[in-house]
Design a protein around this ligand. Sequence first.
Ligand code: F0G
Length: 358
Amino acid sequence: SKRYTGLIEHYRDRLPIGPETRPVSLCEGNTPLIQLVNLPRLIGKEVELYVKFEGLNPTGSFKDRGMTMAVTQAVASGSRAIICASTGNTSAAAAAYAARAGIACFVLIPDGKIALGKLAQAMIHGAKVLQIQGNFDDGMRLVKEIADHAPVTIVNSINPFRIEGQKTAAFEIVDALGRAPDYHCLPVGNAGNITAYWKGYTEYALGTASHAAVTDRRPVMCGYQAAGAAPFVAGAFVEHPETVATAIRIGIPQSWDGAWNAQKESGGWFAPFTDAEILATQKLLSEKEGIFCEPASATSVAGALHDIQSGKIPEGSVVVCTLTGVGLKDPDTAIGQCDVKPAKIQATLDAVKGAILE
Ligand code: F0G
């Protein structure tokens, strides 16, 4: 059998990468589609509910799918430096793939409000980390401006190669299920991912110039946002986005039109969830399913459970939620979620016995 070597090699004929171009890859993609068994039972609903655990990509988030494409293309076109604004995961992926490619990486991150693991990643991979006195939207504006003044390639999702890479997650889901799901649930921040999934599902369902259709349907796209950072729910940009799910603390989504297009064409919807609901769902997934995702990722499952419970997503449906990032990214928030702290005991048999049998 052929060793899996990343999504560009696997889906090369469906990606805008020439046959001779050598991928900058960390074997990203090919992530598990895990069926949830306990949560549907808990809410008493008959649904086939899956999570696409994108937190198991090499840098711990779905960003690796887009970054292998963006950095491969940047290197192929002679670029020696990449830049991005980020709430953390994009900067972690950019730093890792730049390291792999041997090029420079600059990342603009919000002052504070970035999960510890993500900062550690950008730093250890040797990116130049610029912590700006502003939020992600400020960083995005600056990145777009600086690209006109310095020889750097933007690797945010306004780079179309990012979307191309990320669409492969939809391919994998259809390949795994043998069909498209009825509903696909995503956390929405900058809205690149919902745009990318819709592109992937559409290419598999409608076919392309070089490929016949693989499936006869596309899912309804459900975009869930943090209530304090929900421009798609408001129908307008949000000036001061705020949420514990720092990954999606975004008020001016760059893929505004792409997300609306996915919603309209699929007959989907956007809905907001409070920080308390997001955190409760993160804990529920951890405690009841053994799956530890970061807070932003839990928004997709919070939305799915809510809409399954209400009947908006009917029983009998096949539902996929993307878990965009791994829980280890944000240990502070996870520890803060747990009332029971480690019990400090003496290093004796009696103390251990006492603790276990108490
Ligand atoms: N979940 C996580 C864990 C993310 O890091 C992001 C975005 C999203 C969801 C939202 O995806 O932006 O495509 O709608 N993180 C970006 C970053 C903004 O800088 O890492 P989206």
